[in-house]
Structures are given as structure tokens and as C-alpha cells.
Design a protein around this ligand. Structure first.
Ligand SMILES: NC(=O)NCCC[C@H](N)C(=O)O
Length: 258
């Protein structure tokens, strides 16, 4: 059944210790991060999403990036196993949350690694980034979990950025949008639109023509507005310092079986 619930997770007091891989470390203002997170969750609610807070994981600096812990396909939740060992303690709270919402729960097992940020769904096509956080066994396990449900899994090499969705996401009509300097294999996407800013590659589909985007991508917002979309900008600057983006701060549950 269609649903509009979104998992979110309050930032850890240790957020500033979050991992940084492709960026220079910058000082993170924890208070400002909480304000930005509250505004982000409010933007989801203002557009009809019920936000569900996963129990906080205060000892895990990166736990606010809840997208990385679970991948949803229909009613099935595939609990991730991060390629970053320090992030693995984030999953138990998420398991509980999805199970209590009635999802069927499955797990990525050793030797597989997978971060949810590496998974982009466009209709029944599931693109999986094979990169620093997701290995070949992780890709195989996504195939095993979702292809029997009707998905077609396409593996995409990712070397220049943290996750596949650091480089590409998709518009409501299925057009993949991406920042070409951050992409390794643009030709894998059949309908592709380049965007001028790195964070312009990140959209969360709020419903209808509305796109939640980072306010750090004003030129891309103009481009999307000119295509008939309604950008909804949010400032997530403190999370961007830690390689976060708008997608990674929530997991939308659109097809719960309830
Ligand atoms: N899906 C995402 O874009 N996640 C961002 C994770 C950032 C975090 N500092 C990490 O390196 O794991």
C-alpha cells in the first residue's frame, strides 16, 4: 500500500567525529547541525511525510546518515553492512524500527559490505555503486534479495566520491541527474541530465513535482525549476562537511504492507 513515512535519526553529540574520506576535515558546529536537522525533518513533514525517529545511536558519530543503514525495496528492508567498520553499530536500532513497521527484514552478510547511499532506485531498476563502501559480494546480495521481487540490479563503478548517490539521483520522471566530474560511468544511465553543481546531483522526491535539495546548489535548482519542478531548498551545510547530502538524512518508506 502506498505510504508516506520517513525514517530519520537525531544527530549524535559526537557528530563532529564523523568520517571524512574525500574532503578535507572542517569544524562541524553541533548546535547548528541539530537546527539544520530539525529544519530538514520539518520540510519532510510540511510536504506530507510522517517522520519516524529511529532510536538515537549517540555513540555512533555518523548515525544521522540513516540512509546508509537500510535499503528498502517494496516492503522488504535489507539491513546494510557498512564498508566502514565504525558504522556497523548503527544498524540494530534501524532493524527494530523497520520490523515494527511490518517490513520483511533481510541482512547483508559477511563478506558482503553495502552502504545504502550506494543504492539508487529508478522504478524497478536498482543501481548499486561498487566503491569504497560496497563490495562485489554486497552487490550480489542486493541481486539475491531484490531480483526475485522483480528488480533489475545494475552495478555501477564508483571511485571518485563516497557513494553512488553522492554523484547521481533521479527526478520523478526517472531521468538520472548527476555531476559528471564525480561520475565514473555516466553511460550506464539511459536517460541522463548533467547538473552544474556537485550537490545539485542530490534530490529527495517529496511527491508531485517537489524536490528537496541542498541550498548549496542554486544553479541546479534554477535548472530544475525551468523544467517544471518545484525545488524545496534546505541548508544542510554542517552535514555536507561530513560528505552527507539530502538523501542520506532519511529513508522513505513508500510501499508498506499494512
Ligand atoms: N548516504 C550518504 O551520503 N551518507 C553520507 C555518510 C557520511 C559519513 N560521514 C560517512 O563517511 O559515512
Amino acid at each position: 500500500m502506498p505510504s508516506k513515512k520517513a525514517l530519520v535519526r537525531r544527530p549524535s553529540p559526537r557528530l563532529a567525529e564523523g568520517l571524512v574520506t574525500h574532503l578535507e576535515r572542517e569544524r562541524v558546529d553541533a548546535g547548528r547541525a541539530v537546527e539544520q536537522w530539525e529544519a530538514y525533518t520539518e520540510a519532510l513533514r510540511a510536504h506530507g511525510w510522517e517522520t519516524i525517529e529511529v532510536d538515537p545511536a549517540d555513540d555512533c558519530p555518523d548515525s544521522v546518515f540513516v540512509e546508509d543503514t537500510v535499503v528498502m525495496y517494496r516492503n522488504v528492508a535489507l539491513i546494510a553492512r557498512s564498508g566502514a567498520g565504525s558504522r556497523r553499530a548503527e544498524t540494530p536500532g534501524v532493524e527494530e524500527a523497520v520490523a515494527s513497521l511490518g517490513c520483511s527484514v533481510n541482512w547483508v552478510w559477511e563478506p558482503g559490505t553495502l552502504d545504502g547511499g550506494d543504492v539508487l532506485k529508478v522504478g524497478d531498476t536498482v543501481y548499486v555503486g561498487r566503491g569504497g563502501r560496497t563490495n562485489a559480494a554486497g552487490v550480489q546480495q542486493v541481486r539475491a534479495a531484490f531480483e526475485p521481487l522483480g528488480a533489475r540490479v545494475v552495478a555501477v563503478p564508483v571511485a571518485k566520491v563516497l557513494h553512488l548517490k553522492s554523484a547521481v539521483t533521479a527526478l520523478p520522471d526517472g531521468t538520472v541527474v548527476g555531476h559528471i566530474p564525480h561520475m565514473d560511468a555516466p553511460s550506464l544511465f539511459p536517460r541522463f541530465l548533467p547538473v552544474p553543481e556537485p550537490s545539485g546531483a542530490h534530490v529527495v522526491l517529496l511527491g508531485g513535482d517537489r524536490l528537496l535539495m541542498a541550498s548549496s546548489a542554486p544553479k541546479t535548482a534554477e535548472l530544475f525549476a525551468d523544467l517544471g519542478y518545484e525545488p524545496v531548498p534546505v541548508d544542510i551545510g554542517e552535514f555536507e562537511k561530513l560528505e552527507g547530502c539530502v538523501t542520506c538524512l532519511s529513508v522513505r518508506l513508500r510501499e508498506l504492507y499494512a
